[in-house]
Design a protein around this ligand. Sequence first.
Ligand SMILES: [Zn+2]
Length: 239
Amino acid sequence: MTSTLPSSIPGQLAPVSRRIRERLESAGVPFLANDNIAEHLNEGELDQLEIEVAGKVRELLRSLVIDIDNDHNTEETAERVARMYLHEVFKGRYHPQPKIASFPNVKKLDEIYTVGPITVRSACSHHLVPILGNCWIGIKPGERVIGLSKFSRVADWVFSRPHIQEEAVMILADEIERLCEPQGLAILVKAQHYCMKWRGVKEPQTSMVNSIVRGDFRHDSSLKAEFFELVKQQESMLG
Ligand SMILES: [Zn+2]
Protein backbone atom coordinates (compact mmCIF):
# COMPACT_ATOMS: atom_id res chain seq x y z
CA MET A 1 0.00 0.00 0.00
CA THR A 2 1.21 3.50 -0.73
CA SER A 3 0.20 6.80 0.75
CA THR A 4 -1.35 7.85 -2.56
CA LEU A 5 -4.27 5.48 -2.00
CA PRO A 6 -7.45 7.11 -0.71
CA SER A 7 -7.69 6.90 3.07
CA SER A 8 -10.77 4.71 2.81
CA ILE A 9 -12.33 2.63 0.13
CA PRO A 10 -16.07 3.46 -0.11
CA GLY A 11 -18.04 1.16 2.13
CA GLN A 12 -14.89 0.00 3.87
CA LEU A 13 -13.32 1.75 6.82
CA ALA A 14 -9.55 2.29 6.70
CA PRO A 15 -7.58 0.38 9.33
CA VAL A 16 -7.58 2.34 12.56
CA SER A 17 -3.78 2.64 12.57
CA ARG A 18 -3.96 4.35 9.19
CA ARG A 19 -6.58 6.82 10.36
CA ILE A 20 -4.43 7.66 13.37
CA ARG A 21 -1.27 8.00 11.26
CA GLU A 22 -2.99 10.33 8.83
CA ARG A 23 -4.29 12.44 11.70
CA LEU A 24 -0.80 12.68 13.21
CA GLU A 25 0.78 13.50 9.86
CA SER A 26 -1.69 16.25 9.02
CA ALA A 27 -1.16 17.77 12.48
CA GLY A 28 2.62 17.54 12.04
CA VAL A 29 2.92 15.44 15.21
CA PRO A 30 5.88 13.02 15.32
CA PHE A 31 5.13 9.39 16.10
CA LEU A 32 8.56 7.84 16.43
CA ALA A 33 8.89 4.66 18.46
CA ASN A 34 9.54 6.56 21.69
CA ASP A 35 6.91 9.27 21.23
CA ASN A 36 3.67 9.30 23.18
CA ILE A 37 0.53 9.67 21.03
CA ALA A 38 -2.14 9.29 23.73
CA GLU A 39 -3.65 12.75 23.29
CA HIS A 40 -4.21 12.11 19.58
CA LEU A 41 -6.23 8.95 20.04
CA ASN A 42 -10.00 9.14 19.96
CA GLU A 43 -12.29 7.28 22.30
CA GLY A 44 -12.44 3.58 21.45
CA GLU A 45 -9.46 3.64 19.08
CA LEU A 46 -7.16 1.82 21.47
CA ASP A 47 -9.60 -1.10 21.53
CA GLN A 48 -9.73 -1.08 17.73
CA LEU A 49 -5.93 -0.96 17.59
CA GLU A 50 -5.77 -4.01 19.84
CA ILE A 51 -7.90 -5.96 17.36
CA GLU A 52 -5.85 -4.73 14.39
CA VAL A 53 -2.50 -5.53 16.03
CA ALA A 54 -3.69 -9.01 17.07
CA GLY A 55 -4.58 -9.69 13.42
CA LYS A 56 -1.13 -8.61 12.31
CA VAL A 57 0.61 -10.72 14.96
CA ARG A 58 -1.49 -13.68 13.83
CA GLU A 59 -0.19 -13.10 10.30
CA LEU A 60 3.37 -12.83 11.63
CA LEU A 61 2.99 -16.21 13.34
CA ARG A 62 1.61 -17.70 10.13
CA SER A 63 4.56 -16.27 8.21
CA LEU A 64 6.85 -17.90 10.75
CA VAL A 65 5.12 -21.17 9.74
CA ILE A 66 3.65 -21.78 13.17
CA ASP A 67 0.45 -23.79 13.09
CA ILE A 68 -1.65 -21.48 15.26
CA ASP A 69 -4.82 -23.33 14.29
CA ASN A 70 -3.65 -26.57 15.85
CA ASP A 71 -1.03 -25.51 18.37
CA HIS A 72 -2.80 -24.99 21.70
CA ASN A 73 0.22 -23.03 23.01
CA THR A 74 0.05 -20.29 20.40
CA GLU A 75 -3.70 -20.26 19.88
CA GLU A 76 -4.18 -16.94 21.69
CA THR A 77 -0.66 -15.62 21.44
CA ALA A 78 -1.65 -12.92 18.96
CA GLU A 79 -4.23 -11.45 21.34
CA ARG A 80 -1.80 -11.66 24.27
CA VAL A 81 0.97 -9.95 22.34
CA ALA A 82 -1.35 -7.16 21.16
CA ARG A 83 -2.52 -6.51 24.73
CA MET A 84 1.04 -6.66 26.04
CA TYR A 85 2.33 -4.11 23.51
CA LEU A 86 -0.50 -1.63 23.82
CA HIS A 87 -1.19 -1.80 27.55
CA GLU A 88 1.98 -3.05 29.19
CA VAL A 89 5.43 -2.95 27.63
CA PHE A 90 4.69 -0.04 25.24
CA LYS A 91 1.97 1.62 27.29
CA GLY A 92 4.08 4.77 27.45
CA ARG A 93 3.22 5.38 23.79
CA TYR A 94 -0.56 4.90 23.99
CA HIS A 95 -1.53 5.82 27.53
CA PRO A 96 -1.39 9.31 29.02
CA GLN A 97 1.15 10.18 31.68
CA PRO A 98 -0.02 9.05 35.12
CA LYS A 99 -1.40 11.97 37.11
CA ILE A 100 1.39 13.43 39.21
CA ALA A 101 0.70 16.32 41.56
CA SER A 102 3.47 18.73 42.43
CA PHE A 103 3.54 20.87 45.57
CA PRO A 104 5.16 24.20 46.37
CA ASN A 105 8.52 23.82 48.05
CA VAL A 106 7.35 25.73 51.14
CA LYS A 107 10.43 24.92 53.23
CA LYS A 108 12.67 26.08 50.39
CA LEU A 109 14.64 22.81 50.54
CA ASP A 110 17.73 23.06 48.43
CA GLU A 111 19.79 20.06 49.54
CA ILE A 112 20.28 17.44 46.89
CA TYR A 113 18.75 14.00 47.27
CA THR A 114 18.80 10.88 45.16
CA VAL A 115 16.10 8.33 44.50
CA GLY A 116 17.01 4.85 43.39
CA PRO A 117 17.41 2.26 42.27
CA ILE A 118 14.22 2.51 40.28
CA THR A 119 13.69 -0.52 38.07
CA VAL A 120 13.36 0.40 34.43
CA ARG A 121 12.00 -1.86 31.73
CA SER A 122 12.09 -1.04 28.08
CA ALA A 123 12.72 -2.61 24.70
CA CYS A 124 15.30 -1.68 22.13
CA SER A 125 13.91 0.04 19.07
CA HIS A 126 16.11 -2.09 16.82
CA HIS A 127 14.97 -5.58 17.80
CA LEU A 128 12.10 -5.02 20.23
CA VAL A 129 13.79 -7.18 22.86
CA PRO A 130 14.00 -6.15 26.52
CA ILE A 131 16.25 -3.59 28.12
CA LEU A 132 16.16 -4.07 31.90
CA GLY A 133 17.99 -2.01 34.42
CA ASN A 134 18.15 0.49 37.22
CA CYS A 135 17.84 4.22 37.31
CA TRP A 136 18.96 6.79 39.89
CA ILE A 137 17.63 10.30 39.96
CA GLY A 138 19.30 13.20 41.73
CA ILE A 139 17.35 16.35 42.46
CA LYS A 140 18.22 19.77 43.74
CA PRO A 141 14.70 21.06 44.40
CA GLY A 142 13.35 24.22 42.84
CA GLU A 143 10.01 25.94 43.39
CA ARG A 144 8.01 22.72 43.31
CA VAL A 145 8.44 19.16 44.60
CA ILE A 146 6.85 15.80 43.81
CA GLY A 147 6.51 12.68 45.97
CA LEU A 148 9.32 10.13 45.86
CA SER A 149 7.16 7.34 44.43
CA LYS A 150 6.22 9.62 41.53
CA PHE A 151 9.71 9.27 40.06
CA SER A 152 9.08 5.55 39.61
CA ARG A 153 5.76 6.22 37.96
CA VAL A 154 7.09 8.69 35.45
CA ALA A 155 10.17 6.53 34.73
CA ASP A 156 7.96 3.51 34.11
CA TRP A 157 5.77 5.52 31.73
CA VAL A 158 8.75 6.93 29.81
CA PHE A 159 10.63 3.62 29.56
CA SER A 160 7.59 1.61 28.48
CA ARG A 161 8.24 2.38 24.81
CA PRO A 162 10.69 1.08 22.23
CA HIS A 163 13.84 3.07 22.92
CA ILE A 164 17.51 3.53 22.69
CA GLN A 165 18.85 4.07 26.20
CA GLU A 166 20.36 7.52 25.58
CA GLU A 167 17.06 8.93 24.33
CA ALA A 168 15.07 7.30 27.14
CA VAL A 169 17.20 9.14 29.69
CA MET A 170 16.77 12.46 27.87
CA ILE A 171 13.00 12.08 27.64
CA LEU A 172 12.82 11.16 31.33
CA ALA A 173 14.86 14.26 32.20
CA ASP A 174 12.50 16.46 30.15
CA GLU A 175 9.44 15.02 31.90
CA ILE A 176 10.90 15.45 35.39
CA GLU A 177 11.87 19.04 34.60
CA ARG A 178 8.35 19.70 33.37
CA LEU A 179 6.85 18.17 36.52
CA CYS A 180 8.89 19.90 39.23
CA GLU A 181 11.31 22.37 37.64
CA PRO A 182 14.30 21.41 39.81
CA GLN A 183 17.33 23.68 40.12
CA GLY A 184 19.42 20.66 39.24
CA LEU A 185 18.71 17.22 37.84
CA ALA A 186 20.95 14.20 37.37
CA ILE A 187 19.92 10.81 36.05
CA LEU A 188 21.98 7.65 35.75
CA VAL A 189 20.75 4.49 34.08
CA LYS A 190 22.53 1.16 34.11
CA ALA A 191 20.84 -1.45 31.97
CA GLN A 192 21.26 -4.84 30.37
CA HIS A 193 20.34 -5.08 26.74
CA TYR A 194 18.87 -8.39 25.66
CA CYS A 195 19.87 -7.71 22.07
CA MET A 196 23.41 -8.33 23.33
CA LYS A 197 22.59 -11.13 25.75
CA TRP A 198 20.06 -13.18 23.82
CA ARG A 199 21.22 -12.65 20.26
CA GLY A 200 24.06 -10.96 18.38
CA VAL A 201 27.33 -11.18 20.32
CA LYS A 202 25.61 -13.05 23.19
CA GLU A 203 27.56 -11.16 25.81
CA PRO A 204 25.66 -11.83 29.03
CA GLN A 205 27.53 -9.56 31.45
CA THR A 206 27.73 -6.31 29.52
CA SER A 207 25.63 -3.45 30.69
CA MET A 208 25.28 0.06 29.40
CA VAL A 209 25.58 3.01 31.74
CA ASN A 210 24.68 6.51 30.78
CA SER A 211 23.84 9.68 32.60
CA ILE A 212 22.57 13.17 32.08
CA VAL A 213 23.15 16.23 34.24
CA ARG A 214 21.27 19.47 34.02
CA GLY A 215 21.08 22.80 35.81
CA ASP A 216 23.20 23.03 38.97
CA PHE A 217 24.52 19.49 38.51
CA ARG A 218 25.96 20.60 35.22
CA HIS A 219 27.50 23.83 36.45
CA ASP A 220 28.74 22.63 39.84
CA SER A 221 31.22 19.77 39.57
CA SER A 222 31.17 19.06 43.33
CA LEU A 223 27.40 18.61 43.21
CA LYS A 224 27.78 16.27 40.27
CA ALA A 225 30.46 14.28 42.13
CA GLU A 226 28.18 14.11 45.19
CA PHE A 227 25.42 12.57 43.06
CA PHE A 228 27.66 9.86 41.62
CA GLU A 229 29.04 9.16 45.11
CA LEU A 230 25.48 8.76 46.50
CA VAL A 231 24.64 6.38 43.66
CA LYS A 232 27.75 4.35 44.36
CA GLN A 233 26.82 4.10 48.05
CA GLN A 234 23.27 3.02 47.24
CA GLU A 235 24.60 0.46 44.79
CA SER A 236 27.06 -1.02 47.26
CA MET A 237 24.26 -1.26 49.86
CA LEU A 238 22.55 -3.59 47.40
CA GLY A 239 25.62 -5.79 47.41
ZN1 LIG B 1 18.49 -4.26 19.76
